[in-house]
Design a protein. Structure first.
Length: 430
């Protein structure tokens, strides 16, 4: 990051009690993702007694000797019956240091779209590897998706260390295998932790069985990993979600623009431009539920008032006058197709980008990406569910977009089928 760029200060964040970290889990079937999350929740004392009682009863019904912690997350009946994760299961827990949202995503190839959904907002990807099997195809597949989605931090959990007698050589071999593969990917921060989710080694508490490992436990890593700079604090982007006009006696002339900051740092007095109209003004105040603040930055939700009366509505974007996104109607996108029916030629979809909606169609399919090898297939252009491909979209009005690499908020979009209202694709702007 630019050393002289504006960095947010801690006091502006004090209105939020605790920082929120989102992480996603990925790995092959039976690598122990659900058990790991169950262990995290159990050992960090984030489970209610009645939940624990239900899990104990389910474990007894299955004839298990020990309580199966995986049942804490496999919420769907099918999942409990098959012992696998099908949908994205979201779980929430907190420690004194941080709040967490976990997206537990499925391991099967046919659920790639679910992983894309769960990972799109994550700060951290936990990739599980079975210590007995080492790096397998699914490990590579999930790492490639994490890289495509620009997840800033990857924590590789080498699980089931208890089944290889906590052997350091096995751990070292897998670390070396993964590092060789990850060198091809665009992942900035990769960490490794040897764990046993079943026994609790290095999940919340340090393992007595692996004195050779000097790194942190998984929970300590999640609590302390630095995520403040995961957001773009240079390019100021504020998509307007709604206009606030109380029309009460106290706030008779109040006109504020509410939304969530997608990038940059905003302060009262800053000169800003409203897009797409191009009118300029200065920020008069930045208001939150707890009163006025001196500066605001991503991902805070705030209300901005301006010194001039400008016609602004949902879908407009407030940006810095000297730093604006380029409005485009032809946009290049890496797209994951989420629907069972492939796209029909010349079909119009609703494109949703930040708070703006518009019509769009797929103008051209450039290539399909083989998610296992990163090979580009330019011959087969028929898009099916779970396919990841590069396409050119044509929109009815300009999209105020940055590249996804620069800003995950203003660089992402979804396509919605107008007839069924289903989300058919998720895209990353190139």
């Amino acid at each position: 990051m630019n050393s002289n760029s504006q960095q947010p200060t801690a006091n502006a964040n004090s209105y939020l009690d605790m920082e929120l970290l989102r992480f996603t889990t990925a790995g092959s079937v039976d690598d122990g993702k659900s058990t790991l999350i169950g262990r995290l929740l159990f050992d960090s004392k984030s489970i209610f007694e009645d939940q624990m009682e239900q899990v104990k009863q389910s474990s007894e019904r299955k004839g298990l000797e020990a309580t199966d912690l995986a049942l804490l997350t496999d919420g769907l009946k099918d999942e409990r019956e098959q012992g696998i994760t099908i949908d994205v299961a979201y779980r929430y827990f907190a420690t004194p240091k941080r709040k967490f949202i976990i997206a537990d995503t499925p391991g099967h190839i046919q659920y790639t779209r679910n992983m894309v959904t769960g990972a799109s907002t994550a700060n951290v990807a936990l990739i599980l590897i079975d210590a007995r099997n080492g790096v397998v195809d699914q490990t590579c597949r999930h790492s490639i998706i994490a890289s495509l989605l620009q997840i800033p931090h990857v924590v590789v959990c080498i699980n089931k260390m208890d089944l290889v007698d906590y052997d350091k050589a096995t751990y070292d071999r897998i670390v070396s295998e993964y590092e060789k593969f990850a060198a091809k990917l665009d992942v900035k921060d990769v960490r490794f932790i040897p764990i046993s989710a079943l026994k609790g080694d290095n999940v919340v508490n340090r393992s007595e069985h692996m004195p050779w490992f000097e790194g942190s436990t998984l929970l300590y890593t999640l609590e302390n990993i630095h995520i403040g700079s995961d957001y773009n604090h240079i390019d100021c982007r504020f998509p307007v979600q709604t206009v606030i006009r109380p029309k009460s006696d106290k706030f008779h002339d109040y006109r504020g623009y509410a939304g969530r900051i997608a990038g940059g740092v905003f302060k009262p007095g800053d000169e800003v431009t409203v897009l797409p109209s191009g009118f300029s003004s200065k920020i008069k105040s930045i208001d939150t539920f707890n009163g006025e603040i001196d500066e605001a930055f991503a991902p805070m939700s705030v209300t901005i008032t301006l010194e001039d009366d400008i016609d602004i509505g949902r879908g407009d974007m407030i940006v810095r006058t000297n730093n604006q996104p380029e409005p485009k109607q032809d946009i290049e996108v890496m797209m994951c197709w989420l629907n069972q029916k492939g796209p029909m030629p010349r079909t119009k979809y609703t494109l949703r980008h930040t708070s703006a909606d518009m019509k769009a169609m797929i103008k051209e399919v450039r290539y399909k990406l083989d998610i296992n090898t990163l090979h580009r297939n330019e011959e087969d252009k028929e898009i099916k569910m779970n396919d990841i491909c590069r396409v050119q979209l044509r929109t009815t009005k300009p999209v105020l977009a940055d590249s996804y690499r620069k800003n995950r908020q203003t660089g992402s979009l979804i396509l919605v089928d107008e007839a069924t209202n289903e989300t058919v694709a998720a895209g990353m702007i190139i």
